[in-house]
Write a protein that binds this ligand. Structure first.
Ligand code: GLP
Length: 252
């Protein structure tokens, strides 16, 4: 079941998502969180860092698993999601290396070893709370349109539109955006206890409309979430501009 909350601004919506993460950690200090990258989570992570530093919750026992990582970019590469996470969350919170995980993304035989990420997640008791962004074409993680709903962590080939959307992170150089990434699969994501999807900005309006109004289809990967028992979508007004009467609860 999907619940929807709409907020006036992206900043209000980000604050709400941070609150949800903090409530999760307050209720279960040893929570296993699934995390996302991209522009959407930046304000969410800033808020979490501020509140953890202010003593709102203790973060020491939290373990995190990221959704995806580009194939072949090392942790020290400023374009890698590992670098992003170190900059926005792991570093500021002083998280120890053994408490955070990225999908395997370097070295040979990636296609073969990628599903081991699901095993590592299971070995940690599974993901309690998963944060998602959403791509303009409805992708989650790097599960592009057409990805089977029963997919586990795998090597994905990125669509042209996804590479274009992410080119901004590579100084606008499309050729520098990797062609492939390792991503949690849709079944990996669906195994999380609670899922919170954050959608900010008008560019997400089409994907959000498809997710909330159309029957589930692999053509819109995020639509798999309609089959999950506990999903909360936090949107700003711009992202929710194509949805009217569907709002479950309007934020302030
Ligand atoms: C990338 C990531 C997704 C993210 C999406 C949207 O493709 N793999 O996890 O949700 O971009 O990113 P943004 O928040 O920058 O719009």
């Amino acid at each position: 079941m999907i619940e929807l909350e709409i907020f006036q601004t992206a900043s209000d919506a980000a604050h709400r998502v941070a609150e949800l993460a903090l409530e999760q950690v307050a209720a279960r200090p040893a929570s296993v969180l699934g995390l996302a990258t991209g522009s959407t989570p930046i304000a969410i992570y800033q808020d979490i860092v501020r509140q953890v530093r202010a003593g709102r919750v203790v973060w020491d026992q939290v373990t995190t698993f990221n959704l995806d990582e580009y194939v072949g970019l090392c942790a020290s590469d400023p374009h890698s999601f590992t670098y992003y996470m170190q900059q926005h969350l792991f570093g500021p919170l002083g998280m120890r290396k053994q408490k955070w995980f990225m999908p395997p993304h370097c070295g040979p035989d990636l296609a073969q070893i990628a599903p081991r990420y699901d095993q590592t997640i299971a070995d940690h008791g599974g993901i309690d709370w998963q944060l998602l962004g959403i791509g303009r074409n409805g992708h989650i993680g790097f599960n592009e349109p057409g990805t089977p709903f029963d997919s586990l962590t795998h090597v994905a080939t990125l669509s042209e539109s996804t590479r274009q959307a992410n080119a901004a992170w590579f100084d606008g150089h499309l050729d520098d955006v990797p062609q492939q990434a390792v991503t949690m699969g849709l079944a990996t994501i669906m195994a999380a206890g609670t899922i919170v999807l954050a959608a900010f900005g008008e560019s997400k309006a089409w994907a959000l409309e498809k997710l909330l109004k159309e029957p589930p289809t692999p053509a819109v990967p995020a639509s798999v979430l309609t089959q999950h028992p506990h999903v909360l979508v936090i949107a700003d007004q711009a992202a929710a501009s194509r949805i009217n009467a569907l709002a479950g609860r309007a934020g302030t």
